[in-house]
Design a binder for this molecule. Structure first.
Ligand SMILES: [Zn+2]
Length: 260
C-alpha cells in the first residue's frame, strides 16, 4: 500500500529512518512525500536519496503559509531543474482556505502564484499534489483545466458534491484520509469518487480522532482505511488495495518496479 500524501519532514527526524523501516516491514511499499517550502523541499529530496524505492518526492510551497519571496522561488525553480529526475510531482501547492484571513497575501496573489507554479508543472511534465478545499476546489479545478494539467491529486478533498463530480469528470484524483473510518462526510465523499480515481493518504503526522485518537499517525493507518472502504463498498480488501495502488501509480506515474 502507498500513502498518497504525507509530510515526512514534520516527523521527528531522530527516529524517522527507523520508522520508515518499520512501515516498510509492515507492508507499506511507498509514500508520496510532499513539501511545504524551500527548506522542506530539500529535506524531502534528501529523504528520497536515502530511501529511493520508498520515498516519492514532491517539492512545493504549501498554500496555507505566506507566499515565498522571489529569491526562494528562484532557488526552488533551480532545484526543480537540477533534480527533476528524482522528483515525482509538484506539491503541496494550491489555495489557502483555513489561514486565508491570517495570511499577508490576498487570494488573488495566491491564485497568481499557483498559476505560475502550475506552469512549472506543465514545463517539466509533472503531476501536482493539491490542497484546495471547500470553495477553493472549484477555483483550482478551473485553473488546472486552463493550464491543461494532465494529472492532479486533490488531497483530503472537502467540496460540494457537484464540484466533486466535476473534478472526477475531469479525470483528476481524489484522496480519503483515516477520517473515512469515523466521519460521515468522508464516507459520502468515498461514494462520489469513481473507483479508478480514488487514492488514500494519512497527511501524517496530522492526528485523527475516532479509533485513532491519541495515536501518532503513520501510513499503517491505511490498513484500517482499506478495511473501511471494503465494508462501505461490499468489496474484498484485496480488490480495494490493488485498485488504489494502481490509481496511485497512474496519478503519480510511478515506475512499474514500485509494485504492490
Ligand atoms: Zn498536506
Amino acid at each position: 500500500m502507498i500513502d498518497a500524501h504525507i509530510h515526512l519532514d514534520h516527523y521527528d527526524s531522530h527516529n524517522l529512518y527507523d520508522e520508515i523501516e518499520r512501515w516498510h516491514e509492515a507492508g507499506i511499499t511507498g509514500v508520496i512525500a510532499v513539501s511545504k517550502d524551500l527548506p522542506s523541499s530539500y529535506q524531502t529530496l534528501a529523504l528520497q536519496q536515502r530511501f529511493p524505492d520508498f520515498v516519492h518526492a514532491c517539492i512545493g510551497f504549501h498554500p496555507e503559509y505566506p507566499l515565498p519571496g522571489a529569491r526562494d522561488f528562484a532557488e526552488w525553480r533551480r532545484l526543480l531543474q537540477a533534480e527533476r529526475a528524482r522528483i515525482t510531482a509538484i506539491g503541496e501547492i494550491g489555495l489557502p482556505h483555513y489561514e486565508l484571513a491570517n495570511l499577508p497575501d490576498r487570494l488573488e496573489d495566491h491564485l497568481a502564484f499557483v498559476s505560475q507554479i502550475l506552469d512549472e508543472a506543465v514545463a517539466h511534465g509533472l503531476p501536482v499534489a493539491l490542497h484546495a478545499v471547500h470553495d477553493k476546489a472549484a477555483l483550482m479545478l478551473q485553473l488546472l483545466q486552463t493550464k491543461g494539467i494532465a494529472e492532479a491529486h486533490f488531497h483530503w478533498l472537502k467540496a460540494p458534491p457537484a464540484v466533486v463530480r466535476q473534478i472526477a469528470a475531469a479525470g483528476y484524483y481524489i484522496s480519503l484520509t483515516p477520517e473515512v473510518c469515523y466521519r460521515q462526510r468522508d464516507q459520502q465523499l468515498a461514494r462520489l469518487v469513481p473507483a479508478r480515481q480514488l487514492l488514500i493518504e494519512t497527511d501524517g503526522p496530522w492526528r485523527y480522532d475516532g479509533p485513532f485518537s491519541g495515536q501518532e499517525t503513520t501510513p499503517l493507518f491505511l490498513q484500517s482505511v482499506v478495511q473501511q472502504l471494503a465494508a462501505l463498498f461490499g468489496t474484498a480488501e484485496s480488490t480495494i488495495r490493488v485498485q488504489i495502488i494502481r490509481n496511485t501509480h497512474s496519478c503519480y506515474r510511478l515506475e512499474p518496479r514500485f509494485t504492490s
